[in-house]
Design a protein around this ligand. Structure first.
Ligand code: F6R
Length: 359
């Protein structure tokens, strides 16, 4: 039930710290070992490439996961939309391993890829919130997201849970491969930082509500920008805003602005800029100045490490690789308050279903 909440979405946003702790408790043993199936790790060790297949928000969690697997487990990763990949399958690597990311475990676009993968006798893992779902039953292995039922159509805690479980698996694989990068990635500590960091952000709700009113009232368009990990995040942030506030929102790679999209910037256009990615931070600051010079109303969401005194939202300390777990939360709240202010049905936005069982 919603308990004291007006909407499931806000309840599910608030649950994210406890979801992080649940994932930590279930997957990380006290002796430092990880509770991940040995057979799964043995199979993944044989792989020369991971193919992450998903849709929507789960696809965006896959984009974040790519960075984690590549750095922690030293394996190349392709992230694919089921609705594209299934019908236009690229030339696969010699030893592919498939990961299906799906909150519901029922998404038909992802399932038709799994059917093909099974016909080819290739190994697969489904990461899902629903243990007995179709994708879970049909894949070789399953890892549960442990986010608890997600009722609001707009996915929130499943996204952060997917990144956390990807981090657990990357750590387990990195260690199974005997890699220093696997040893060095302290996933237990990071999930604790994630839980605390999310809590800090959800405790700033009233400030974020005010910022939403300031930046998005009467706006028709809004742009999220970022580089690297923040670009993947910008796509999810924009999707959240679109689907429940109906504001036209886009996530842009900050460096691409000058290649066309900066033409959209007018006086007062909201630009929400992410600065968590260390490599990209100074360049993104440059992009912020460029859009400000053209009149944009810029809101900066920056990690503590790269923050400047005028930034509006500060993301507490966490490994950059999994920083979207915290930094998505302001975007979830901005979408929520923008939807609320417009009088929309927050939990059941128009034209959308919670699980999409048609191709
Ligand atoms: C966005 C949203 C959708 C789903 C997508 C995949 O908030 O809910 O984009 O993420 O339909 O659904 P699952 O993860 O169930 O496969």
């Amino acid at each position: 039930s919603k308990g004291t909440y007006d909407h499931y979405m806000l309840k599910e946003i608030d649950e994210q710290p406890s979801v992080m702790r649940r994932i930590s408790q279930n997957y990380l043993n006290n002796d430092g070992s990880l509770n991940v199936e040995q057979d799964l790790l043995d199979e993944m060790k044989k792989a020369d490439r991971l193919y992450i297949v998903a849709a929507g928000t789960s696809y965006h969690a896959g984009l974040v996961g790519k960075n984690i697997f590549e750095r922690v487990a030293d394996i190349p990763v392709d992230v694919e939309l089921g609705s594209e990949f299934g019908y236009h399958m690229p030339k696969l690597s010699k030893h592919p391993f498939f990961i299906f990311l799906s909150q519901s475990g029922e998404t038909a676009d992802s399932r038709q890829v799994l059917v093909k993968v099974n016909k080819m006798n290739l190994p697969s893992l489904t990461m899902t919130n629903v243990a007995n779902s179709t994708l879970s039953r049909e894949a070789t292995y399953t890892m549960e997201l442990l986010a608890g039922p997600e009722i609001a159509v707009a996915s929130t805690k499943a996204y952060t849970a997917q990144i956390a479980v990807e981090a657990v698996l990357a750590k387990a694989l990195g260690e199974a491969k005997g890699l220093q990068s696997g040893k060095d990635f302290n996933v237990k500590e990071q999930l604790a930082l994630a839980a605390n960091g999310i809590q800090t952000i959800v405790d700033e709700k009233s400030k974020i509500k005010d910022l939403t009113a300031d930046y998005l009232t009467d706006q028709k368009d809004a742009f999220y920008i970022g580089r690297g990990i923040d670009y993947a995040l910008a796509l999810e942030a924009a999707l959240k805003l679109k689907e429940i506030s109906y504001i036209h929102a886009e996530g842009f790679a900050a460096g691409e602005l000058k290649h066309g999209t900066i033409a959209l910037i007018e006086k007062n256009t909201p630009v929400l800029a992410y600065v968590n990615d260390g490599v990209g931070a100074s360049h993104t600051r440059g992009n912020i100045q460029e859009v400000e010079a053209r009149g944009a109303h810029v809101l900066v969401i920056a990690s503590q490490k790269y923050a400047e005194p005028t930034d509006q939202i500060i993301i507490p300390e966490i490994d950059e690789l999994i920083s979207p777990i915290i930094s998505v939360v302001p975007a979830q709240l901005i979408a929520y308050y923008a939807s609320l202010a417009r009088g929309n049905d927050v939990d059941k936005p128009r034209n959308l279903a919670k699980s999409v069982t048609v191709e």
